[in-house]
Design a protein around this ligand. Structure first.
Ligand code: FES
Ligand code: FES
Length: 525
């Protein structure tokens, strides 16, 4: 017998006939966009709602378990609560990308409903399951404290502040123009957009970082009802993208060798996310697994497997001034140290999402992007089109920190939209996001610094090695900045700085929040 799950959502009786994550029901069927999907696995807190008075992560609560309960999302706050949180978060400067904020608000409401005058410690405890990658938590804690004071009648909302009518003095925080839409979950991130006739796209990715793809059998997936199209490497006009160097295969063709775990083998567009996931499982791939290049040392070794046709050295730089060798030889004191820094994941709260559709004589893509013109350039290169036929429109961006400079989902959503003639949304899972987008480079460097008897620096010699992973991304510019900033803020007249970026079979490495400066001047600091 069919089960029906009944519950109240924001004061209205609802029923659901399928057991599914509550997050999916609230977003996909009720279109409650404040309930954000940052991970779908209970780790980030962006999907936080209130169930029977308690803050709950809706991605790990099923519609079955929610039966009979009272559910509140940010959309269901009272007008007074909405105004209090908008004012308080805006006033405190608690909102940046905004992707975590509705979840924070719901955790805060659950606390304030129980405890109208929480201490700082109690606020910290209440939001311990909510991650924010942008603001640091201080301003969010201040915002929650301010909201509590408004709600218990100790503080009035000054509407002129949100309007900017009070003006600002140097050192004042401005009230951001997008606070209201972000606090209330009304602002549009790409994943909040749904178009008529929209398909859901995704990729089957390699199971092995380095393997020859012997065969990709898509017959089973093609036969699944609801699968609309499947593309392979041979269907792409020019099977390459790349921010500066076009070395990144859109898909790995049969007979070719994969370079990292994020490599796509085929693209699928389907009528629903569930059919898409089913179809991916039906694609059978035959691999010939090959030895890996794990790190810089293996990449440099004689006889190392070649990750790209031209070898494993991706980029090099040499920055000199004066005569470092002579200056160091004549220095009163010298010190030589080696440093390593690990690769770092950006972990922006909003996973990558792109929605493309045929537009005029070309295509339009809605993205969460750090550089719409670069994205247009990369798509134009792949399609061998005039860039004027491509429109890239940014929606709200749920954090990037350098990790959203390269194309990830934009170009694949475009390929599927052009093939099907329908809008196609491609959204990464958190794991896909981690596997695919370029990280901060892992770095190894050896630095020799010299100074005179008064401690004045005389010379610097250093050699820096980057692991740039499977693709170049921004290896060149980031390496260059590492080299030019390795002197730190000090005045040297003699420097000899050599930098090398090597391909490995790790996920690609690229820009990350001024990373090169911070790491390369470690020794000087
Ligand atoms: S905790 Fe639910 S989406 Fe991350
Ligand atoms: S404002 Fe919190 S993740 Fe961006």
């Amino acid at each position: 017998m069919e089960e029906i799950f009944r519950f109240t959502v924001n004061g209205e009786e609802r029923e659901c006939r399928t057991e599914q994550p509550l997050l999916r029901y609230l977003r996909d069927e009720l279109r409650l966009t404040s309930v954000k999907d940052g991970c779908s696995e209970g780790a980030c807190g962006t999907c936080t709602i209130i169930i029977d008075g308690k803050a709950v992560r809706s991605c790990i609560m099923s519609t079955k378990k929610a039966a009979g309960k009272n559910i509140i999302t940010t959309e269901g706050l009272s007008l007074r609560e909405k105004e209090a949180f908008v004012y308080a978060f805006g006033r405190a400067g608690a909102v940046q990308c905004g992707f975590c904020i509705p979840g924070m608000v719901m955790s805060a409401k659950a606390l304030i409903d129980q405890n109208p005058a929480p201490t700082e410690e109690e606020i910290k405890k209440a939001i311990r399951g909510n991650i924010c990658r942008c603001t640091g938590y201080k301003k969010i804690i201040e915002g929650i404290d301010l909201a509590a004071r408004i709600l218990r009648g100790e503080l009035e909302i000054d509407e002129a502040v949100e309007e900017g009518e009070r003006g600002y003095a140097v050192g004042d925080s401005a009230f951001r123009v997008d606070v209201r839409e972000k606090v209330l979950g009304e602002g549009e991130y790409v994943d909040d957009v749904v178009m008529p006739g929209m398909l859901y796209g995704g990729a089957v990715r390699t199971e092995y970082p380095r393997a020859r793809i012997v065969k990709i059998d898509t017959e089973g997936a093609r036969a699944l009802p609801g699968v609309v199209c499947i593309l392979k490497a041979e269907d792409v006009p020019r099977n390459k993208v790349g921010h500066i160097q076009q070395d990144w295969d859109v898909m790995i063709a049969e007979g070719d060798i994969t370079r990292c775990i994020g490599d796509a083998l085929c693209l699928i567009a389907a009528e629903s996310p569930l059919i898409l996931e089913e179809a991916k499982k039906l694609v059978k791939v035959e691999y010939e697994v090959l030895p890996l290049v794990h790190n810089i040392h293996e990449a440099m070794a004689e006889g190392a497997p070649r990750i790209h046709e031209n070898g494993n050295l991706c980029q090099k730089r040499h920055v000199t001034r004066g005569d470092a060798k002579k200056a160091l030889a004549e220095s009163k004191y010298k010190v030589t140290e080696s440093f390593t820094t690990p690769f770092t994941e950006h972990a922006f709260m909003e996973p990558e999402c792109g929605l493309a559709f045929p537009y005029k004589d070309g295509v339009k893509v809605l993205t969460s992007d750090q550089g719409v013109y670069d994205t247009r350039k990369e798509i134009a290169y792949m399609l061998e089109w005039d860039p004027d036929r491509i429109v890239v429109e940014n929606k709200l961006v749920g954090g990037g920190f350098g990790g959203k400079e390269d194309v990830t989902v934009q170009h694949t959503s475009v390929l599927l939209a052009l093939k099907t003639g329908r809008p196609v949304k491609v959204k990464f899972s958190r794991q896909e996001s981690i596997n695919f987008h370029p990280k901060r480079h892992a770095m190894e460097g050896t630095f020799t610094l010299g100074c005179d008897e008064n401690g004045i620096f005389t010379g610097l010699d250093c050699e820096i090695y980057f692991d740039t992973g499977a693709y170049a991304s921004l290896c060149g510019p980031v390496l260059e900045r590492a080299c030019t900033h390795s002197v730190g803020p000090y005045c040297y007249q003699n420097t000899d700085i050599r930098g090398f970026g090597y391909y490995t079979n790790n996920p690609p490495r690229g820009p990350s929040g001024a990373s090169a400066y911070a790491r390369a001047n470690l020794p000087s600091r």
